[in-house]
Design a protein around this ligand. Structure first.
Ligand code: DGJ
Length: 731
């Protein structure tokens, strides 16, 4: 899978479908030659090197190399595109000259733990190339890591800087991945939005200059997701060329494409350089987070399936990685913080009666938490509301025959809290300046171990005294006034990254100490829905917007990179909390099935008739959840382009599939539409049932002709916001 050609001085990484080629030039610099569909290289590697001819024509010093495609381009020696890294030396110079020193190839993959990274279980699953470069003046080593997977068309990358010299260096920019593509004929597809409307798909053609998405907010954010696609114009779900990129990190990020006026596209992915510097003293190493890149010539759906498989099976970890997720009911939308034990038990009992497996108590159970102003940081039960505490309540719930789950927001404090009274210095605060609050809360300085320890102790106590099977880890504000009161001035640029390392370290301790607990991450909905967090929490709450119509879009967008088992998706009450929209309970469930399914309402409040429907939904999902959560997922119709949406999951063994057809607004007398299915066996015969009416078809028919979806033809199904569930069983 990785071969070094001594004559050409090229490294070739390949599997059955893709090839990646790097070359060491005559000045011992690394050029990027190729990433794409599998090719074989004869002798003339020079022709692959984009930009070389121009430099020769101008008779330039090869060091200038302005438009030569680089592997990890530096700053200040004539390449004016956005560099992969900048290191400032003691004399203030930011110039470097990293030259090839040596390399290693080995089976398997290096772990970055406790920083998240993809992994292998057997060394034959991947091969890694480690290239060591050295800059003589600053006496710094730079290691570039490339892992190619045997069965995924994905390459994982990261870098390490190690200071060997006596003088410290300051890393001002250190991308995890740089990729120089030879042209600019791509659409740049990003997943951007805001609270309640996460991951809207945005597309623009690349153009000269820099285009980027980023976060400097402390978390990966709801505004931009740290993942994007570059696709050729004619690439669609089924065919065509695209590159996909994801950053395996939960903090500030930059995903940029710098397009030169010679039409080359330079991709950089890494920690956002704004507010970042890292001081490296002799003997110290700085490791960048991991970034992964995929290539497909088989369309976007194939690329998503590759990401799903890698993230689900070799990024997520723990007991729940391959396990069907419990059907949960969360009390947040039903009660917010206004409840007592009787109220909670009445919701829990009704949930049990419906067949729910896990009851989750959300915000409001601790300290003096009756509103947003009080209690964050005090992770001990509010005995006025819950006289038997969390230990008593959790036992009462488990005695009903359900598991019990609990909400925490470990990274935050209110000023009205015991934590703040005892440790006012624990929150981020810049000396002599006002600290801004948001939702009356402040960010705890998790870059300090002492602060993380304090929270760990409190959480550990509640968890170990109670029967807890699930934790929802929330995070509800972006950062301001970031400053660590213990670090020296020249290390303040490290705080945001140290913070995320603090978050990962707390996750690490808790997941090790309590391996039986399922973690779900959350950040005002989906503001921290990134690949990094999946390493610790295999599912993420997709959005605070639980409206079925909007969830079709959000879940559809999630599916480009993140496996279906990771999308927290719940049925909530109507009119919807956020949109006031009314959709029927079947539509709400049919959409939520495509995720880690649950409910977000008090089942005592719905009609008897609806309650009977809920019971049937739960029974249905228990039988079929593996197909939804772990099946091969296909997007069929985009809600961003149509009045309709469609997607489906096919069981790994092909025996069963479920498809969703969604119609946003009803139209009388509209043109008949057919939904073409994907992923079936063309020669097999299937029974297809919609609302209890079954018909028999060949796979080839279903995939090429499709099934009729004229919703107004189906009894009881006219009206807006209709999601039909289609069950497909192989005969
Ligand atoms: C934001 C989350 O997204 C909600 O689900 C809920 O847990 C609230 N926080 C509680 O404050």
């Amino acid at each position: 899978m990785i071969n070094y050609n001594e004559k050409n001085k090229t490294f070739t990484l390949d599997n059955n479908e893709i090839t990646y080629i790097i070359r060491i030039d005559e000045k011992a610099h690394l050029n990027h030659l190729y990433f794409g569909k599998k090719i074989c290289l004869a002798d003339n590697v020079e022709e692959l090197l984009y930009g070389h001819l121009e430099d020769k024509l101008f008779g330039g010093d090869r060091l200038l190399n302005t438009y030569v495609n680089k592997e990890y381009g530096s700053y200040g020696t004539g390449d004016y595109r956005s560099p992969a890294f900048i290191i400032k030396q003691e004399n203030g110079s930011k110039i470097s000259n990293f030259c090839y020193h040596s390399h290693k190839v080995y089976k398997g993959k290096k772990s970055l733990h406790p920083m998240p990274s993809s992994y292998v279980e057997d060394e034959s699953e991947a091969t890694t190339l480690e290239i060591l470069l050295y800059d003589e003046v600053s006496e710094t080593e730079l290691r570039l890591f490339y892992t190619i997977f045997a069965k995924h068309n994905i390459i994982a990358r990261h870098c390490e800087f190690t200071q060997k010299g006596n003088s410290p260096i300051y890393i001002e920019k250190a991308m995890s991945l740089q990729l120089d593509l030879a042209d600019m004929e791509y659409e740049f597809i990003t997943f951007s939005g805001s609270w309640g409307r996460e991951k809207e798909i945005r597309s623009r053609k690349l153009n000269w200059g820099t285009q980027s998405v980023s976060s400097t907010k402390g978390v990966s954010s709801a505004e931009h997701n740290p993942s994007f696609i570059l696709k050729r114009e004619h690439c669609n779900e089924d065919s065509g060329v695209a590159y996909g990129f994801a950053f395996v990190y939960s903090g500030n990020f930059l995903c940029e494409v710098d397009v030169s006026t010679y039409d080359q596209s330079r991709i950089n992915i890494g920690i956002h350089p704004q507010n970042f510097t890292w001081k490296l003293e002799k003997g110290e190493t700085f490791t960048t987070p991991e970034a992964v890149m995929a290539y497909t010539y088989k369309g976007l759906n194939k690329m998503s399936q590759d990401f799903h498989k890698l993230f689900r099976e070799r990024l997520c970890r723990g007991k729940f990685r391959d396990k069907a997720r419990p059907i949960l009911l969360n009390n947040w939308e039903a009660t917010e913080m206004t409840f007592d034990e009787d109220k909670i038990m009445s919701i829990a009992k009704k949930a049990k009666e419906a067949g729910v497996e896990l009851f989750v108590l959300d915000d409001g159970w601790f300290g003096k938490r009756n509103d947003e102003v009080h209690g964050l940081g005090d992770w001990f039960p509010n005995l006025e509301k819950l006289p038997s505490g969390i230990s008593g309540l959790s036992r009462k719930v488990t005695d009903l025959g359900m598991k019990f789950g609990l909400w925490f927001e470990p990274e935050m404090a209110n000023m009205a809290s015991e934590l703040y009274e005892k440790h006012p210095d624990y929150i981020f605060r810049t000396k002599d300046r006002h600290s801004h609050s948001f939702r009356y809360q402040y960010v705890l300085d998790f870059s300090r171990k002492e602060v993380v320890d304090y929270i760990y102790k409190q959480m550990h106590k509640v968890i170990s005294e109670s029967e807890i099977s699930y934790i929802k880890w929330d995070m509800n504000r972006y950062f301001t006034e970031v400053y660590n009161i213990e670090l020296e001035a020249d290390r303040q640029g490290e705080v945001m990254h140290r913070y995320i390392l603090g978050v990962y370290s707390l996750y690490d301790r808790l997941t090790k100490e309590f391996p039986e607990i399922l973690f779900e991450s959350c950040s005002s909905g989906g503001a921290r829905f990134d690949a990094g967090i999946l390493y610790y929490a295999p599912q993420t709450w997709s959005s605070d917007n639980t409206d079925a119509n909007d969830r079709v879009e959000i879940q559809y967008s999630n599916s480009f990179f993140y496996p279906i088992s990771s999308h927290g998706a719940h049925v909530s009450a109507v009119p919807n909390n956020q949109t006031n929209r009314i959709t029927d309970i079947e539509t709400r469930a049919n959409i939520s099935y495509f995720g880690a399914f649950g409910y977000e309402l008090d089942l005592n409040e719905i009609s008897e008739e609806e309650f009977e429907i809920v019971k049937k939904q739960i029974e249905f999902y228990k039988k079929n959840r593996e197909v939804f959560q772990f099946g091969n997922y296909y997007r069929l119709l985009s809600p961003y382009e149509n009045n309709n949406a469609g997607f489906m999951s096919v069981a790994k063994d092909g025996s069963k599939a479920f498809a969703l057809f969604y119609e946003r607004l009803a139209k009388p007398n509209r043109a008949p539409k057919r939904l073409k299915l994907r992923g079936l066996d063309k020669d097999s015969v299937y029974e297809v049932s919609i609302l209890g009416i079954s018909k028999i078809y060949y796979g080839s028919y279903l995939m090429n002709v499709g099934i009729s979806t004229y919703i107004s033809d189906i009894p009881k199904k006219s009206g807006d916001f209709n999601a039909l569930l289609i069950e497909i069983s192989k005969i």
